[in-house]
Design a protein around this ligand. Structure first.
Ligand code: PA5
Length: 446
C-alpha cells in the first residue's frame, strides 16, 4: 500500500514562499486537531477512528454482513449525503461501477432515499421483485426527510411481503446511539442497530457503521480498509509539512485559493472513481464552502470528460486547478492486438495495454493543461484495494480538516444546508412553518 503526493507538475504555478508562508497556519491547524480530539463538540472523532473504534460493534457489523450475505439478494441502503456517499464510493471503487451487473456471489447493493424521485424509487422496487430483500436505513439525525420517506415505503414493502416479524430481522438501522425518531422506531421494533458516533459528522462517517455495514455486506474487507486508514492516521499526524504529504496538499490548495483559483477539480482516469469524486465533493463542499469562502469542488473522469469539459479546462476562464488521483497497478487490463491489415491504423499500439495508453493520456493531459494555465496535483496510489482506499479516505479527510482551519472556517458544520429544508417544509405545510409559508408563497412565480 502506498500513496505518493506529486506537486512537481504544479511547481511553475507556485513560489517557494507560497507554501513557506502557510507553514505557521498548518502548524496551528495541526495543533487544533491534536488538542481537541477529546472534545466531543469539536467533531474530531474521525481523527483517531481507524484505531479507536468500538471493536464489539465492528464484530457485530461483520456478523450482520454475513447474515445479509446468507439471506439477501438485494440490499437497499437508504440514506443521503454523508449517510450514503462514502459507502457507495467505496463499493464502486473496490468492485467497479458495474458491480450490480456482475455476479460475484455477494448481494446486490442499491442506494435509495438520496433524492425525492418517485421514478427512481419505483425502479428500485422493481429490482426487488422475486429477490430476497433487506434494508439498511442510515440517518445520524434520524429525521432527514429524503431517507425517511424512502424508508417508510421500503418498510411497508418488507412488512407486507415477509410479515412484521421476519421484516424486523431484515431491517438494519444506523443512527444516533440514543436520540431521534429512527432510534425510537428501532427500539420499538427490535431492529438491529448500529451507532453513528456523536463526535463524527456525516461526511466524515464512512469508516463508522454508516459505511462499514454496506461495504462489508457487498463482500469487501473492512479489516483491511481500517488498517489502511490506521497507517494513514499515523503517517499524516506528522506536524512537519515537508514530511507530511497530506499537509502539503492542504497547504497547496490554500495557496492556489489565495492566488485566485476558485475551483478544484477532482480528476480520475478510471470510472470506478466516479462516486469517490461525489464523496470528495461533499467532503470539501460542506466543510469549506461557508462564510462566502472556499474552493468549489468539482469532479471529472478522464479521458471521458476530456471530450466534454476538456475544452473549458484547457482554454476557458482560468479559475481551476486539478487534483488527479492515479493508480500505479491495475488488476484488470486489456492488450491491444496487432491486426494484419491495420485498417483502423492502430497497429502503432499493438502489444500495448489500455493502462499504458491511459498513462500516456494522463501525461499528455497534465502537460497540455499546464500549458493552458491549469496546474495539476497528482496523488498516486498503488492499486484499487481496501488498504489503499482506507489510506486515501483518511488522506482526504485529514487534509480537508487542516485546509478548512487554514481557510478560517469551521470544517465540521453545515449551516447552509438548512435553508432549503425550512422552505420545503413550509411549502409542504409542515406544522410550525405557517409564517414562512405565507411569505414564500408571495414570492413564488405562479
Ligand atoms: O455531512 C453531513 O452532515 C450531511 O451530509 C448529512 O450526512 C446528511 O444531511 C444526512 O443527514 P442524516 O444522516 O442526519 O440523515
Amino acid at each position: 500500500m502506498s500513496l505518493e503526493f506529486v506537486s512537481d507538475y504544479a511547481a511553475a504555478f507556485l513560489r517557494e514562499n507560497d507554501i513557506e508562508g502557510l507553514k505557521p497556519q498548518i502548524s496551528a491547524a495541526h495543533k487544533t486537531v491534536a488538542e481537541n480530539k477529546n472534545d466531543i463538540t469539536a467533531f474530531l472523532g474521525w481523527a483517531d477512528l481507524p484505531f479507536d473504534y468500538d471493536k464489539a460493534e465492528f464484530d457485530r457489523i461483520k456478523a450482520a454482513a454475513k447474515k445479509i450475505q446468507s439471506d439477501t439478494d438485494v440490499l437497499i441502503v437508504i440514506g443521503i449525503g454523508g449517510s450514503y456517499l462514502g459507502a457507495r464510493a467505496a463499493i464502486e471503487f473496490l468492485k467497479g461501477p458495474m458491480y450490480n451487473e456482475i455476479d460475484d456471489g455477494f448481494p446486490k447493493v442499491y442506494f435509495s432515499g438520496n433524492n425525492i424521485s418517485g421514478a427512481a424509487l419505483n425502479d428500485i422496487l422493481k429490482v426487488c421483485e422475486n429477490k430476497r430483500v433487506s434494508v439498511n436505513i442510515i440517518s445520524k439525525s434520524g429525521t432527514t426527510t429524503e431517507p425517511a420517506i424512502a424508508f417508510r415505503i421500503f418498510r411497508k414493502y418488507l412488512e407486507e411481503r415477509y410479515g412484521k416479524k421476519e421484516a424486523a430481522g431484515r431491517i438494519y438501522c444506523t443512527t444516533d446511539k440514543a436520540r431521534g425518531t429512527l432510534k425510537e422506531l428501532a427500539n420499538e421494533n427490535g431492529w438491529e442497530s448500529f451507532v453513528v458516533p456523536d463526535n463524527v459528522g456525516g461526511r466524515y462517517s464512512v469508516l463508522t457503521a454508516v459505511g462499514l455495514l454496506p461495504i462489508a455486506a457487498a463482500g469487501c474487507d473492512i479489516d483491511k480498509l481500517m488498517s489502511g486508514a490506521a497507517c494513514a492516521a499515523k503517517d499524516y499526524d506528522i506536524p512537519d509539512i515537508d514530511k507530511n504529504p497530506c499537509y502539503k496538499y492542504a497547504a497547496i490548495r490554500n495557496a492556489f485559493y489565495r492566488k485566485g483559483k476558485q475551483i478544484e477539480l477532482f480528476v480520475s482516469y478510471e470510472p470506478r472513481f466516479v462516486m469517490l469524486g461525489e464523496w470528495f465533493k461533499q467532503l470539501y463542499g460542506e466543510s469549506e464552502g461557508k462564510d462566502n469562502k472556499g474552493l468549489f469542488p468539482a469532479a471529472v473522469t478522464f479521458s471521458t470528460d476530456l471530450h466534454s469539459m476538456g475544452q473549458f479546462i484547457q482554454d476557458g476562464t482560468r479559475i481551476m486547478f486539478e487534483t488527479a488521483v492515479t493508480v500505479n497497478n491495475t488488476d484488470s487490463d486489456v492488450v491491444i492486438e496487432k491486426e494484419e491489415n491495420n485498417g483502423d491504423g492502430l497497429n502503432f499500439l499493438a502489444g500495448k495495454t489500455l493502462s499504458y495508453v491511459n498513462q500516456k493520456a494522463f501525461e499528455g493531459t497534465v502537460l497540455a493543461h499546464a500549458d493552458g494555465g491549469t496546474p495539476t496535483l497528482n496523488i498516486k496510489i498503488d492499486k484499487c484495494d481496501e488498504e489503499n482506499l482506507g489510506r486515501l479516505i483518511y488522506f482526504f479527510e485529514k487534509a480537508c480538516a487542516i485546509s478548512g482551519y487554514v481557510l478560517g472556517v469551521n470544517p465540521f458544520d453545515q449551516p447552509g444546508v438548512e435553508a432549503y429544508k425550512k422552505n420545503m417544509f413550509a411549502l409542504l405545510g409542515k406544522p410550525g412553518y405557517e409564517d414562512r409559508k405565507a411569505d414564500l408563497e408571495k414570492r413564488l412565480i405562479k
